[in-house]
Design a protein around this ligand. Structure first.
Ligand code: FES
Length: 81
């Protein structure tokens, strides 16, 4: 049994297995990760750090690729979708 990590996504509590990506945690709350410059809602596309469609704010740092970032205890994630 793997350890669980507790964090928040858009202010909502989320619990995922240790080692999970921020994208996996966000997907438990919403599949709308960000908005494009033309105000279109965007979501992860490649899942491997190339497309940048999964960018979210993590602990106040903008433009973090959710698919490339592992969750940590108490992390605060915010989407703009
Ligand atoms: S889903 Fe493409 S960079 Fe994260």
């Amino acid at each position: 049994m793997s350890a669980q990590v507790k964090l928040s996504v858009n202010g909502l509590p989320v619990e995922v297995p240790a080692g999970a990506s921020v994208a996996a945690a966000v997907a438990q709350v919403t599949m709308q990760f960000r908005r494009s410059v033309s105000d279109t809602r965007r979501a992860p596309l490649c899942g491997m750090g190339v497309c940048f469609e999964c960018r979210v704010q993590v602990d106040g740092v903008a433009h973090v690729r959710a698919c490339m970032t592992a969750v940590t205890e108490g992390m605060q994630v915010t989407t703009d979708a």
